[in-house]
Design a binder for this molecule. Sequence first.
Ligand code: MEV
Length: 310
Amino acid sequence: MKREPLKGEMMSEKMISASAPAKIIIFGEHFVVYGAHALAAAIDRYITVTASHNTSDEFFVYGRLVRADHIFNAIDRITKGRHVKLIARSQVPNGAGLGSSAALSLASTIAVSKLFNIKPDPSLLFEVSMNAEKYIHGNPSGVDVATSLYGGFVLFKKDELIKVSSPIIKFLIVDSRQRRKTGNLVSKVKNFMDRNPELFNSLVNLADLMAKEGAAAISEEKIEQVASYMNVSQSFLELIGASTPKIDTIISSLKGKVLGAKITGAGGGGCIIAIPMTGSMPKIGYTVNAGVVGAYQLNYGIPISWHFDG
Ligand code: MEV
């Protein structure tokens, strides 16, 4: 079906689009900031950015002009002062733990590098997108950008990424509709660490082990083990202050219908991921496919077909 042009699309000549997938973190959020491994997966919800040459830097989201200084500052490494117009469309809620800001930075970086005919080098795409992330999150581990870029299931540690071989796995996502900033949650967890250094260090070690064993369980399709680790992981996240009463209530309401459930991403609200019991589908939330290809493969290889939610 022909799409109506969004505001700002009319003047441009050469227009290049790139998409990047959202992500879920199955094990290890927060602890990954302190050196633990995290297990994450790209999911089939995307942000697409269309780039074109322009007389000033402009960023439109669904026809609305918004500020995106963090992105323009980062992509300057590619644009070298030349101006671009970026138009974003998203299937990913903001501030909900699904990596919307990483996917937005990555889709923008890829669209702009294609616009300027820059050779697609994954390490350059990672670095530029990470610089955008650093402007807004302070000290991100890189798990969000790496997962969106490389796709599939990834066992990630700062400066290290291992692809985990697994078929696509369906996860239930329940959105608490509580919105928050990742940086605030990372600071809250740091306060917990400063007050409880020994306990926190033990949790980092356990979270690291769980991510590694969880990765092996995923690749051997031992879903019940993955789910039970998810429940343990949620209790760690509650302990360090990343959960909320609303999240706890949603997780309790899923008991008897799911094998495992936990926050995904920074917490403080946002989304819950869960593995439904066979034959039971809770009436809340929606399912996503985890383990889809990442932005790099997507934009320099396999095309996706678009659909919009709501
Ligand atoms: C956010 O998706 C994941 C956190 O661990 C922060 C990070 O790794 O940068 C909370």
